[in-house]
Write a protein that binds this ligand. Structure first.
Ligand SMILES: [Fe+2]
Length: 142
């Protein structure tokens, strides 16, 4: 288990060739649209070859939301792997509350319609062209 906060998954892979960069931002909100501070977000995804690093955990890291419930993840665009469309795994937990485990998806991915786990309401809103900047707000029960 990784015990330190890691917002920038790129740093751990600095010496290795990486895929296109991706920044994901957003907020954790309550059902009443109030920001949730100190919520835990644990992100992980496949690498540029569609593989998971289950030893060094190169593309896995957790962070906590700030006072306005905001988070910011700096990483790469994960590659697809057989049977799955492009996705990012995430666990979200408001302090002392139940863990929400879900996935984020990319708009206009050809693989989306072939993936039974894909859900359109879990698509990130992408800013600009391509897949470089995504936004997603999580709503949790508190
Ligand atoms: Fe996966």
């Amino acid at each position: 288990m990784i015990s330190f906060t890691r917002r920038r998954l790129l740093a751990a892979a600095a010496a290795l060739p990486v895929g296109p960069k991706l920044v994901v931002t957003g907020q954790v909100l309550s059902a009443r649209c109030e920001p949730v501070a100190n919520a835990l977000l644990d992100f992980w995804h496949a690498d540029e070859d569609g593989e998971y690093d289950n030893r060094g955990f190169r593309y896995r890291g957790h962070q906590f939301t700030d006072a306005e419930g905001r988070y910011r993840l700096q990483t790469i665009v994960p590659a697809e792997y057989p049977g799955r469309t492009r996705h990012i795994h995430v666990k979200v937990q408001a302090p002392g509350k139940r863990v929400l485990t879900t996935q984020l998806y990319f708009r206009d991915e050809p693989g989306n319609r072939r993936d039974g786990l894909y859900r359109p309401d879990l698509e990130m809103r992408m800013a600009g062209k391509g897949a470089g900047e995504g936004r997603f707000d999580f709503v949790v029960e508190i």
